[in-house]
Structure formats: structure tokens, C-alpha cells
Design a protein around this ligand. Structure first.
Ligand code: AQP
Length: 329
């Protein structure tokens, strides 16, 4: 039997090239080596306010982006988190074994909480729901970008704590980060991670941006006061552009250095823009084909939820038994 892989994306805005390079691209590469489950984590998205109509349409848009990336729904289950109630059920049970001190150390909570007028308890509990998403399917591998590494460590800690309290129950998952593109930075501020929820118009390249917009955003990206690429003293903006090029092209380090050393920033930006556009154009064509087929996405999501529900329900039943809760015979 193949080991299981699980990962998810929040439908919390416009997916960008960071989400693609950090997560989706690698999901596609490894999907056939595992039993794969890829999830639109809508219950994570509502840890901060989402406009309901917009959220509904972003859920379907995110599913279409998964498929346009190359996720094969005949092999991989593509599903929406809230369609499988066991995610919420397991999250509660895990909340009861997770010390609050562990959660208060989460850097993403601190960063996201700072941006909110009122911080909902869900934002604090977010990493436990994420642990439940993964442990529910006994996933061995979780391919994510670098910003999720701390949450994955917490998931491992929760699994180990549960196993030591109640006996071996959960597979302790491994984090899988991409070698290039694990942390794509903002184009307008290369010291900040590229994020869906960052407001600046020049911050992120969205996966559905038209070529003209992509060109404009990349040509305006923040660099530094040097005129040309110097590998012995790369500033964060230039390093980010080079990483984006390398992650899309798959070029080796040596090829990157001999091609870009001494190149003027204006030319570097043009080449990065054309590399991104050449990958996103066919991707966007597939996306538009997928969304124009009536009922197709709903069918994929219904099938995905139906395929994973028995796994999820049997984990919750096992956890309840282990904890001594009532399970009707
Ligand atoms: N900048 C990034 N570089 C590489 N990988 C990234 N990921 C996110 N940003 C980058 C990876 O994308 C996957 C889905 O992320 P998410 O939707 O769970 O939320 P996030 O990590 O909080 O991503 P965003 O874009 O910053 O969304 P918002 O603004 O809604 O919080 C994950 O595997 C993540 O590592």
C-alpha cells in the first residue's frame, strides 16, 4: 500500500506564485508516488473575516487552480475541508491534548493577529485544526512552503503527545519543503513573505494575472542600488527574482550563475517576467477550460469528499475509543 500525502491551501484570496512554487507544483510532482489528498481548507480561511459570496467563489476557483496545476482528480482526491465534518470533530479532540503554551509560540498567529481589530479564538486554534487535517488521514508526507514548517512541527508534537497518552494512534508526518521556491518573497518588499492577504498591488503575482500585469509587477519589483547581478553580494530583492526564475525554469545553480552574473537588473527582470508568463499562460488556458465545463468541479469535489470520508471517520472512531468516549457498537 502507498503511503499517504496530504496538503491544503486556504481559499482566502488570489493564489499567487508563492503558493504555486511552495506547494502546488510539488503536489503535482509527487502525487503518483503516494495516495494523495489535496484539500481546500475553507474552515482555516474563516479564522479571519471572509466576505461570504467571495469565499464561495474562491473555493471553486481554488479547486480549479489545483486541477490547472496538474493535480489528477482520478488519482488524487481533491476535496473541501468543511465537506468532511470529521476535520472539526478531530480538531476538538486534539485541542484537549494541546497545551496553550505550544500555540502561543506560533509566529504566524502573532503576525496575523496584529492585523486584526478583533482576534477570534479560531485564529489561535488554527494550528490544531491543521494538525487534525493531517492526522485524520494518517498522512506520512506533507508538502508545504517554509512558512508552514512551524505548524508542521506542532502537528508532529501533537501526534507524539497523543500517542504517548493513549497509545500508538497517529502516523507522525514528515514535512516536505521544495529545494527552490520554499519562501517566495513580496515583489514590493522582499523582506516579507509573498501573501494572498497583503494588500499592495505590486506585492504578488497572482496565478490568474494577465501577461501585461505580470510584466508590470515584475519590472517594478524592489531591488537595490547596485546596477547588475553580483553573486558575491546579492540583495534580498535580486535573490528573490533569481529564485523565482530558478523555481520555474528548473535550472541548476551553475547555469543560473553563468547566465545571470553581471546582468543588469532591467534585463534580469525582463527575463524573469517572460519565464513566469511562459509557465502561467498554458496554466491559465487549462484553468479557463476547467471552469467553463458546467458541473465538472462540483463533481470532482463531491467525489473527493466521498473517497476520503471513510478514512476520516475511521480515524475519529479510533481516537474516540482510545480516549474512552462512547462509540455505539
Ligand atoms: N510566499 C510563499 N512562498 C512559498 N510558499 C508559500 N505558501 C504560502 N505563501 C508562500 C505555501 O502555500 C501553501 C498554502 O498556503 P495557505 O493558503 O495555507 O496560507 P499561507 O501559508 O498563510 O499563505 P498566504 O498566501 O500567506 O495566505 P494568507 O495571506 O491567506 O495567509 C502552504 O503550503 C504555504 O506554505
Amino acid at each position: 500500500m502507498k503511503a499517504r500525502v496530504f496538503s491544503g491551501v486556504q481559499p482566502s484570496g488570489n493564489l499567487h506564485i508563492g503558493n504555486y512554487l511552495g506547494a502546488l507544483k510539488n503536489w503535482v510532482i509527487i502525487q503518483h508516488d503516494y495516495e494523495s489528498i489535496y484539500c481546500i481548507v475553507d474552515m482555516h480561511a474563516v479564522t479571519v473575516y471572509q466576505q461570504p459570496e467571495e469565499l464561495r467563489s474562491k473555493i471553486l476557483e481554488t479547486a480549479a487552480l489545483f486541477l490547472a496545476s496538474g493535480i489528477d482528480p482520478k488519482h488524487s482526491a481533491v476535496m473541501v475541508q468543511s465537506s468532511v465534518p470529521a476535520h472539526a470533530e478531530l480538531a476538538w479532540l486534539l485541542t484537549c491534548v494541546t497545551p496553550m503554551g505550544w500555540l502561543s509560540r506560533m509566529t504566524q498567529f502573532k503576525a496575523k493577529a496584529e492585523k486584526q481589530e478583533t482576534v477570534g479564538d479560531g485564529l489561535f486554534q488554527y494550528p490544531v485544526l491543521m494538525a487534525a487535517d493531517i492526522l485524520l488521514y494518517q498522512a506520512a508526507i506533507v508538502p508545504v512552503g517554509d512558512d508552514q514548517a512551524q505548524h508542521l512541527e506542532l502537528t508532529r508534537d501533537v501526534a507524539q503527545r497523543f500517542n504517548s497518552l493513549y497509545g500508538d494512534t497517529f502516523v507522525v508526518p514528515e514535512t516536505k519543503l521544495p529545494t527552490v521556491g520554499a519562501r517566495v518573497m513580496g515583489l514590493d518588499d522582499p523582506l516579507k513573505k509573498m501573501s494572498k492577504s497583503e494588500p499592495g498591488a505590486g506585492h504578488a503575482v497572482a496565478l490568474l494575472d494577465p501577461p501585461g500585469v505580470i510584466r508590470k509587477k515584475i519590472l517594478r519589483a524592489t531591488t537595490d542600488s547596485q546596477p547588475a547581478v553580483d553573486y558575491s553580494a546579492l540583495g534580498p530583492g535580486v535573490e528573490n527574482l533569481l529564485n523565482i526564475f530558478q523555481a520555474f525554469s528548473g535550472w541548476a545553480d551553475g547555469q543560473m550563475q553563468s547566465h545571470f552574473s553581471g546582468m543588469r537588473y532591467g534585463d534580469l527582470k525582463k527575463q524573469v517576467a517572460e519565464m513566469v508568463i511562459s509557465h502561467l499562460e498554458p496554466f491559465q488556458k487549462r484553468y479557463h477550460e476547467i471552469v467553463s465545463e458546467p458541473g465538472y468541479l462540483d463533481g470532482v469535489l463531491r467525489d473527493g469528499a466521498a473517497r476520503v470520508s471513510p478514512i476520516a471517520n475511521s480515524t475519529v472512531e479510533l481516537v474516540k475509543r482510545r480516549m474512552g468516549l462512547y462509540v455505539p457498537s
